[in-house]
Design a protein around this ligand. Structure first.
Ligand code: GTP
Ligand code: MG
Length: 151
C-alpha cells in the first residue's frame, strides 16, 4: 500500500497529526529522522527548514501516494518556498494545524499555503480536538486501511 508523507516546519504539528490519524493517544515527541510507521512517513521539521534536505524529501516522496504540506496556523511565516508542491509528482494536500489554538489565524495560514500551490484541497484541522481529521481520512480513503494497522 502506498504511504502518506507529512512535511512542514519544526513544531508545525506533523507528528501530532499522524498520531491523530491513527488514533494514537499521547503527546508527540520530537521527530529526529525519517520515521516509517503505519504506512506513514513522518519527517523532521529540520528537513524542510534546510534547503540541502529538499532532495531527500523529494526522493522519499516517490514512495508516497499523498504528501501533506503542513502549515501551523499560529505562526505568521511559512517554510515552504513558493510553488514548492509542484516539485512533487504525487498528490499534494494542504494541512492547516492547531485551529483550536487561541492564537490560530486561519485566514493568514490559508494565504501562506496558497503560495505553495498544492494540487489537492486544504484541510484545517486540530489534532487536539480532532476537528476535520475524519474528513481528511475520508479524502485519502484511509478510513478502513489505516486504523490499527502496522506497516
Ligand atoms: N493547540 C494545539 N497544539 C498542537 C496541535 N498539534 C500539535 N500541537 C503542539 O505543537 C507542538 C509540536 O507538535 P509536533 O506534532 O511534535 O510537531 P512536529 O511538526 O512533528 O515537529 P518536529 O518533529 O520537530 O518537526 C507540540 O507541543 C504539540 O502539542 C494542535 O492541533 N493544537
Ligand atoms: Mg514530529
Amino acid at each position: 500500500m502506498k504511504k502518506i508523507m507529512v512535511i512542514g516546519a519544526i513544531d508545525a504539528g506533523k507528528t501530532s497529526l499522524v498520531m491523530r490519524i491513527h488514533g494514537i493517544d499521547g503527546i508527540a515527541t520530537k521527530t529526529q529522522t525519517l520515521e516509517y510507521k503505519n504506512h506513514t512517513i513522518d519527517t523532521p521539521g529540520e528537513y524542510m527548514e534546510n534547503p540541502m534536505m529538499y532532495k531527500a524529501l523529494m526522493s522519499t516522496a516517490m514512495e508516497a501516494k499523498f504528501v501533506l504540506f503542513v502549515q501551523d496556523s499560529t505562526v505568521n511565516k511559512t517554510c515552504f518556498p513558493p510553488g514548492f508542491a509542484r516539485a512533487f509528482p504525487c498528490k499534494s494536500i494542504g494541512i492547516i494545524t492547531k485551529i483550536d489554538h487561541p492564537e490560530s489565524d486561519l485566514e493568514n495560514a490559508k494565504k501562506l499555503l496558497e503560495r505553495v500551490k498544492v494540487k489537492g484541497p486544504t484541510f484545517a484541522v486540530s489534532s487536539f480536538t480532532g476537528e476535520c481529521i475524519q474528513e481528511l481520512k475520508e479524502f485519502m480513503n484511509l478510513t478502513k486501511q489505516l486504523d490499527c494497522q502496522q506497516s
